[in-house]
Structures are given as C-alpha cells and as structure tokens.
Design a binder for this molecule. Sequence first.
Ligand code: SME
Length: 242
Amino acid sequence: MKPVFSLTNHNLRSYIYHYLIFAINHDTLIHGFIILSINVIPFRTLRFETASDSHKMVHANASNFAEGVTKDEAYTQVLLQAEGLFEGQRNWVCNLANAASLLWHAYKSLPQPSNQVNWAGFYTLDPQAASSKQQLILGPFQGKVACQTIAFGKGVCGTAAETQTTQLVPDVERFPGHIACDGDSKSEIVVPITVETEGNGEKARKLVAIIDIDCADLSGFDEVDKKYLEQLAELLGRSCDW
Ligand code: SME
C-alpha cells in the first residue's frame, strides 16, 4: 500500500481558505500553518492505494481536532473532512458512521458545553414501517445504547422528522414527550435530512434521516450548531444513496 498525494484545485482552495481563517483567528501565520498542516492537509490530500485501488482507506488521524479551536473552526473542519470522505462513497451506513465519528471528536475538542455532548448520531427512516405509520430506526452513532425505533411525531426526533424542521431544545425536561434514552441528556438538537422527490410533476422533500446530538449540560447548543448541522444535513442528503 503506498500513499498517493493528489492536491486538486478544490483541495488547494480549501487549504488557502482555512489557512487564512486560522491565521486571522490566532493572530499568527505560523500557528495557522501548523494546525492546518496537522489537521487538514493530510486528510484532503493523502489517499492510500490498494492492490485493486477499488477502495479507499482513510487514516484515523482524519478525526484529530486541535484543542483551542472555535466552534466555527471545528464545524468547518467536520464539513471539509466529511466532504472528502464522501467523495466516491455513497453508502449511507458508511457515511453516517464516519460523520458520527467526526462530530463526536469535534465536540470533545471544544470547551464546555460542547465537550459535554454524550450522544451524537443518526436515526434513519425505517424501511420496514408501513407508510401510514412512519417511524425512525437507530442508525450509526457515538455514545450509550439508545432507543431502537421512534414514531414520527414522538419526542424531539419524531417531531423533527414529522415537521422537517430543526428542533433546538435547551432543556429536554421542558419538551413535551421527550424520550429519555440516556438520563444524562439535558439538552438536544435534532436536524432533519431530506431529499428532493418528484411525483405527478410536483417537487417535494422526503425525510430520510435525522441528526441527533445530546448534551449533558443545559443549553448545550445554539444557532452556530444549528447553522453547521443543517449544512451537514444538506451535504449528507445529496452525498448518499438513500
Ligand atoms: N431524546 C430523543 C430520543 C433519542 S436519544 O436522545 C438518542 C427524543 O426525544 O426523540
């Protein structure tokens, strides 16, 4: 297996953009350069060639997040690395599993309350359920074992699925019907993943999965989390075969 470097124009643009953001935020060009070299460049540019070259291996270092970065920077890295991982890979199990890992390690690199995230993962549309009684089924995640199915309209996840809108919940105790999978969870954000469908000449959006993040602190999430998780949902929606 030999490493192959392939710096595309897109990689280069991403590199320069993120280098400048880090450099400006940390008030030092050297610091920005070092952080990016460790975290972004190896991931975006390094591929491992196999005998058949029929599959890609990514290195575990891809989920390294530097300590001391801001939430904007951590999420930007999640999106950049997710985009890289999804190139040439449209299997939703594979992509959701890697996305859960990226999110988990990003939160753990951030200060409180983000580092108190105790569950990060996905529920997908259950293909076994009747179309008249839609439900979600547990997908790839990081954290403790969780409820296996959730009916549309139930709890935070089911509400996000039914309404196709993000649910930002500062205190889960105050959310009617909240489902307590993990007693440690105090706040939660759930973001729908949808894809465009067309029937009878009309376009609509179909719910395919939800992103669910729980935090052991109250008010663990804000508009910054919502903005980036919605971008991740959009990326996942168009990057997988659902
Ligand atoms: N709390 C969620 C259930 C899923 S777990 O948090 C992983 C809800 O109310 O829908």
